[in-house]
Design a protein around this ligand. Structure first.
Ligand SMILES: NC(=O)c1ccc[n+]([C@@H]2O[C@H](COP(=O)([O-])OP(=O)(O)OC[C@H]3O[C@@H](n4cnc5c(N)ncnc54)[C@H](O)[C@@H]3O)[C@@H](O)[C@H]2O)c1
Length: 316
């Protein structure tokens, strides 16, 4: 098995690379520019190829050079900047995916794993939303609001089209709300959990005017990496599209509570209020991928804090 990870120096791509290394597989990272901040510990166990996903000839050359058999597509134009630049968001997040699919088709890649997001569902209300939170299944109607989420959904549909008509073997993972090292620098206000954890760890106060009551499904990035690895390995991923989260609801106040166990004097003020959210039904991922989340909030935050201690520059 030879796996190419696009965006492999980003928050999730680097964690996926680490997971493959742990499993004895040397991944090839394909990224637009070099950013060693999240891969310092595995740099000698991976290969790096610089290139843009919009550059199809370069992508094809890389697949050929390394005899790639599997692709994890984790490169994306993420965060607030993506919102402010719809044209580039669609170009990178949709046309980039088309290039990956063309490459997968031409090289008869055994499995393509596409990293999607819970934003494809849009704001969820009714029985699956606040306050009842009936677990949300994959076939729930999609109503993406942000351009980024619309582009992710288009990426999914394009992938399923190639799967049905061009023989590309694809597995699509819709990550829940992620947290982990590296988000603060990369995702701005989308990384609110990282801002909270890293402020407290640095002995700084954390203030948020509202949002403390929002119940959400928060997944630690190591569980995203586990989902990616399992999706690459699964023999018969029949449903093709999977929720990857924890299946458990938590609030920012829960983050604060766990952090206070580690830092009893933590100065945290989070105001009340919530926006629509949901909690995942993980039945499909459990049955077809063998996925089971390993990190509850306590374990996830403990791991995060440990990594900050070991390598503070990881978050840069
Ligand atoms: N972090 C989240 O909250 C979250 C949640 C759900 C899904 N996802 C998805 O997971 C994937 C990875 O997200 P992340 O959090 O690691 O993001 P990230 O911003 O940390 O990493 C994305 C990487 O892609 C690279 N990239 C961007 N444009 C590129 C291009 N044109 N060519 C080559 N590389 C390019 C960037 O340099 C970066 O290293 C994305 O597909 C994202 O949509 C993320």
């Amino acid at each position: 098995m030879k796996v190419l990870i696009t965006g492999g120096m980003g928050v999730i791509g680097s964690e996926a690379a680490r997971k493959f290394v742990q499993e004895g597989i040397r991944p090839v990272i394909y990224a637009r520019h070099r950013d060693g901040s999240l891969i310092g510990d595995i740099e000698d166990k991976i290969d790096i190829e610089l290139g843009d996903i919009l550059d199809l000839p370069r992508l094809l050359q890389t697949l050929k050079k390394h005899s790639i058999t599997h692709i994890v597509h984790a490169a994306a134009f993420v965060g607030a900047v993506s919102q402010q630049n719809p044209a580039l968001s669609i170009q990178v997040n949709v046309m980039g995916m088309v290039n990956i699919l063309e490459a997968a088709r031409l090289f008869e890649i055994k499995r393509l794993v596409y990293t999607s997001a819970k934003g494809v569902y849009g704001p969820v209300t009714g029985e699956h939303g606040h306050p009842t939170f009936k677990p949300l299944p994959e076939d729930h109607p999609k109503n993406p609001i942000r351009i980024y989420d619309s582009a992710k959904l288009m990426g999914e549909y394009t992938g399923l089209y190639y799967q049905a008509n061009m023989g590309v073997d694809i597995a699509i993972l819709r990550f829940a709300t992620t947290y982990g090292p590296g988000k603060t620098a990369r995702h701005g206000d989308k990384g609110v959990t990282s801002q909270l954890i890293e402020s407290v760890a640095a002995g700084k106060p954390f203030r948020l005017a509202q949002g403390g009551d929002k119940t959400d499904d928060f997944i630690y990035i190591k569980d995203c990496a586990l989902g990616i690895y399992l999706a690459c390995m699964a023999e018969h991923p029949e449903s093709r599209v999977y929720n990857i989260g924890t299946g458990v609801g938590a609030t920012l106040q829960d983050f604060a509570r766990v952090l206070r166990h580690h830092f009893p004097k933590a100065d945290i003020e989070i105001g009340p209020g919530f926006t629509p959210s949901n909690i995942y039904d993980l039945t499909r991922a459990r049955q077809e991928l063998g996925y089971s989340p390993q990190f509850d909030l306590e374990r996830g935050i403990a791991d995060y804090l440990e990594r900050l201690k070991q390598q503070p520059s990881r978050t840069a």
